[in-house]
Design a protein around this ligand. Sequence first.
Ligand code: TRP
Ligand code: SF4
Length: 400
Amino acid sequence: MYPERVVSGMRPTGAMHLGHYHGALKNWIKLQAELPCLFFVADWHALTTHYNDPGIIESSVWEMLVDWLAAGVDPSQATLFIQSKVPEHAELHLLLSMAAPLAWLERVPAYKDQQEKLKDRDLATYGFLGYPLLQAADVLIYRASQVPVGDDQVPHIEMMRDIARRFNHLYGKEKGFEEKALEAVRKLGSKRAKMYTELRSEFQQQGRVDALDQAHALLSDAQNLSMIDRERLFGYLEGSRKLILVEPQVKLAAISRLPGVDGQKMSKSYGNAVGLREDPESVTKKIRTMTTDPARIRRTDTGEPEKCPVWQLHQAYSDIRTRAWVYQGCTSAGIGCLECKQLVIDAIIKEQEPMRERAQQYLDDPSLVRAIVADGCDKARKLAQETMRDVREAMGLSYT
Ligand code: TRP
Ligand code: SF4
């Protein structure tokens, strides 16, 4: 019923590193060519953890946007904007909060994990508890069909699907819905109406998801339906409610974890990251001193790639032939670690070259970035306002 749409956001944490590129940005860049995409800077989400240190957020916002553009996020294909410039997100967050069960928020794993990890910050706050609900609002407000994120975000997406379903259940009621839906079924014409009815009962009675998919396709093909009848028929397939908000799907990146130079997950806070636009000398130095298989001390010792983080970088950077050469050379002590690492160094520097070039124009003229974002905010706001009109109406708030 609603068009395919991709939405994703990132917290502004300053300069991006290769982990962000391989874990998220590369995926975004692929998707922007395939589907309408909205990518935004989640500055409010940054405030949930950095509320007592807000000064660093502003510079991080712009630095991160330059990195996105440098990486190849293309403003002529995707819409780029800043969360706090589309305050409709906050309105939806508030309205969703009315019926959001506390237990759902408390059981999101990141809630407790982060509180334990970031012990130096007091995260026993209302804002931090609401983190995943704000994230739900970010996505549901655009009726997104897909959310590209890392695997750590899967529980958040699951919760937002639950929230959307609950919202539709609570507020998608309509007086005489069943009659209106049946009326709309008749408007499909006898052949389609029969198919629709059969597919609906196959889904409802046997739980056949393929029947649901077929029914969705059937409705998408039906030209002569009004928006409102279409909405009813989509809702009627699954129950007896209109679908006001859409349940999005997760879209995982192929590689969602890149090791840092100490072998742990690459992260700015571990100090083990290689920057997206780091200069070649510094990249060389970092990789040359990177941790390897600890058992391979001398050049003549054989190694086990599975125990070496450099090998994981080869998974991201090398083709199958190079990987075979590395594997063979490492396990037979035929190559040295520096030789092995040099291939990774070369590949990283080559990957970064166009990024450094693209970034330059935006660093020379920051007003370019401001203009891209202003345009993106306008586009996002228009879409958000459409959804909010329906949400307010459904919640009985559309009086004048
Ligand atoms: N929580 C996400 C992260 O930490 C950032 C985020 C905020 C987000 N809102 C979102 C991601 C909406 C996807 C969709 O990476
Ligand atoms: Fe790691 Fe490469 Fe050295 Fe093997 S040769 S231990 S894969 S760096």
